[in-house]
Design a protein around this ligand. Structure first.
Ligand code: KE4
Length: 434
């Protein structure tokens, strides 16, 4: 029986009168999947209830922060304890030192951290820091990689920009964009060509070490180390944007999982446990270029917010539990296996990319190894699949160019239920294609 969304639809009508598009982040508007967004009422563990009291299994998890599931008790206890001590200080507090120390202890090559309030702030700061440290203006990013919405990084961006098909966002001036150089993911030759076209002008390379924003695209053997080698050859810094992968694909993130050394690493999402937190981190030699020790200015009213710091600490503490990542990895692999079986049974042209607890079902025979491959997907088929999954009670990102996020809270039974629902959804895709 199709689900009723009457209250969500009323909410969306009202929201559109006072919020552009009715949302505070474009990808939430379900703009490309032919449905009206569901408004959440509450969430717990792997479950979400909408304002029409429909229950869902949630595989978005607030786009990554809910690696433990919604409403984790230790996180809530830490937040409650801090609330009575103060919500925001705008002054140093011990919680921000403890979180910075925790990140330094867990992440390779990180000696100092600067807290900010979003992933966008973190990557924007990382680019400015690399430019200040090297004295160079240009930087290299990758087609389909999304690093937040700061001007220079919106060139050829993934995530919502790709979903909405916005040709390099109006409002970003040609002058600003002219210092952004765009390479092809998993293609070292395309990176080398850019370096050789401006050998002494490239400040840094910024990359999603595992892409989440063109859908999940995994780095091929040697790609990340190849970027490291090119940066060393041309005197540029390597920035790993770990806003998604940080503390998700390993406790030490991509540097631990792939054994590649970053000069700067950015975090977000998981380190705030759902509260607004971002972080720029790296060796002291680079980080000390940030004011007030160095000349590269960066600031923020709510940076190091005590409530957010305590939430992040309570979350990271639980990720340190022995066996946590092995269990999460097994769940991600189970989900991918279920999806691949559903694809095989349906006969639909689709393929699955997965790494750890991240996965994407691409509506293309694949392989999907870069933006060109992702962009070739049948997004109409994805929309049919999305609506069927939603009707069956499964929340997935409303875009072909995003990831599924598996959490500790998802049970094997729930992951198998996802596979069964996907089989039915793919059956609908197949029947509509006939
Ligand atoms: P925020 O400014 O949204 O906290 O972080 C920007 C960002 C930076 N780097 C990476 C690798 C990211 O994935 C993101 C943000 N991720 C998207 C989802 N793909 C956020 C969801 C949204 O835009 O609503």
């Amino acid at each position: 029986m199709a689900r009723v969304h009457a209250v969500s639809e009323q909410d969306f009508l009202r929201a559109r009168q006072v919020i552009p598009g009715g949302v505070n982040s474009p990808v939430r508007a379900f703009g490309k999947v032919g449905a009206s967004p569901v408004f959440y009422d509450h969430a717990k563990g792997s479950h979400v209830w909408d304002v029409d009291n429909n229950e869902y299994l949630d595989f978005i998890g607030s786009w990554g922060p809910m690696i433990l599931g919604h409403g984790n008790e230790q996180v809530l206890d830490a937040v409650r304890a801090q609330l009575d001590r103060g919500v925001s200080y705008g002054a140093p507090c011990e919680a921000e030192v403890r979180l910075a120390q925790k990140i330094c202890d867990l992440v390779p090559n990180v000696e100092k951290c600067r807290m900010v309030s979003s992933g966008t702030e973190a990557t924007m700061t990382a680019i400015r820091l690399a430019r200040g440290y090297t004295g160079r203006d240009k930087f290299i990013k990758f087609e389909g990689n999304y690093h937040g919405h700061s001007d220079a990084l919106l060139v050829s961006a993934g995530s919502g920009v790709a979903t909405l098909g916005i040709p390099d966002t109006p409002g970003v001036t040609a002058k600003t964009a002219s210092d952004t150089m765009v390479a092809r993911y998993n293609d070292l030759a395309s990176v080398r060509r850019l370096f050789e076209s401006a050998p002494a002008e490239v400040a840094c390379v910024i990359v999603e070490p595992v892409c989440g924003n063109m859908g999940v695209v995994v780095p091929e053997e040697g790609f990340l180390q190849g970027l490291r080698n090119l940066c060393d050859e041309f005197g540029a810094l390597l920035i790993l944007d770990e806003v998604i992968t940080g503390f998700r694909i390993a406790l030490g993130g991509a540097q631990e999982r792939f054994g590649v050394r970053a000069d700067i690493v950015t975090f977000g999402k998981i380190i705030g446990a759902g509260f607004p937190v971002g972080c720029v981190a790296g060796p002291a030699q680079v980080m000390d270029y940030l004011a007030p020790t160095g000349p590269v200015y960066q600031a923020g009213t709510l940076s190091g917010n005590p409530v957010a710091m305590e939430a992040g600490l309570a979350q990271l503490q639980q990720l340190c539990r022995p066996g946590f990542y092995e269990e999460l990895e097994a769940k991600g692999e189970r989900l991918a296996g279920n999806l691949r079986a559903a694809v095989a049974a349906s006969g639909v042209n689709a393929c699955v990319n997965q790494l750890g607890s991240l996965a994407t079902l691409f509506f293309s025979t694949g392989p999907v190894r870069d933006w060109e491959g992702a962009a070739a997907c049948d997004t109409d088929a994805f929309a049919v699949y999305f609506r069927s999954m939603l009707d069956q009670g499964f929340l997935i990102a409303p875009s072909q160019f995003e990831a599924l996020f598996v959490s500790q809270a998802h049970t094997k039974e729930e992951i198998d239920a996802f596979g069964s629902a996907a089989r039915r959804a793919l059956g609908e895709v197949a029947s509509k294609a006939r």
